[in-house]
Ligand binder design. Sequence first.
Ligand code: GLU
Length: 447
Amino acid sequence: MNSPIVRFAPSPTGLIHIGNARVALFNFLFARANHGRFILRFDDTDFARSTEAFARAIESDLAWLSVVPDAIFSQSERSAQYEAAAARLKAAGRLYPCYETPEELEKRRKIQQARGRPPVYDRAALKLSDAERSRLESDGVRPHWRFKLEPDVIEWRDLIRGDSHIDCSALSDPVLIRADGAFLYTLPSVVDDIDMRITHVIRGEDHVTNTAVQIQLFHALAPDAPPPIFAHHNLLVGASGEGLSKRTGSLSLASLRSEGYEPLAVAALATLTGSSDNVHAVRSLAELGARFDLAHVSRNPARFNPADLATLTHRTLALLEFDDVRERLAAHEIVGHKAGPLWRAARGNLERFDDILIWWRVIAGDIVPVREDPSFLAEAAQLLPTEPWDETTWLQWTDSVKTATGRKGRALFHPLRLALTAVGSGPELAALLPLIGRATARRRMID
Ligand code: GLU
């Protein structure tokens, strides 16, 4: 395949959620796997609802996922291109002015339905005479503009859904420009896809009908170039099939982040759910991308359980090497020669990344030791080996404590763990003890 160019095109009208992350990741991973380019394009022609703040939030949510765009565009800066395309469509008789009010259209739809006909726009506006049109205009009625569809069956080979077709004679001519002059999503999207030489449009299956309309627009605006290749994927839905709404902020990336879920856990769940690959933890997006294949995406709804994020977060952390987290640890001032060994000792015991702070305190800070059995602890403290310590020290020490006291199993280990770490479970003490060091260990057992 020649280097593909793909795009993720969110409207900055809210925070993006895990379902939007699915679209972004599909595009990003596809681009990376095929040495292509990934464009972030803000579909912000809806001036009333799009905000700069949401655009910046989307950028930082993507950065959190390590989804890095090769270029960023905003449709609000490209009105001239849309005007030019609209002028060409008007000149070709494919974009025509309509003057009906929403109430009128609704009334007609009801009549059509009552007669058992599909509620397709009847193109009454095309039958207006010049005189009728000028009268409406002089009455101050501003037109909205519809794209005149050819009554064709549009066919395409979808990379996920296979051979697909839509009969456009069953569709209403879509409105491309509102009465207030604002461009709806359909036309700018095609103009941009042409100008940005988008090769593959990978998006949710809620856009399948748009695709037929947009293929007609591609043919009208760029008759010499083939339209992009399309891939429509299943949408993430909750356990009972309910969809995710961007506006309610349900499962927004911002909230998942603040709940401490790992970005790679979110990425794995967003990408692998609803495919023939099992959902599993990964160490990097590259690892996720290496196995990513649009052909693995199922045609059934992608049912997911947000509760899986907790397990996936735990498993992801256990896979991360010190180099993967060095900077994040440094941001918590977890630095120096103990940082790497601590990470390796504790990574399998973390529910959230921040839990590492607990273990950092255990080896490098102050804790309040729990002393269940002071006389036993005093005896054990006397037996602490001399330094230097390493990972064999724990066994050596506890063997000698066992011999001296006759204790074994939980009666032996539990009071030592409580005194040394203040909690009843955690990483292997063989790994922690040398990091705690003799002086601190002794102090925690006897004052
Ligand atoms: N702004 C549209 C959306 O978020 C883009 C759809 C597309 O990828 O063409 O659904």
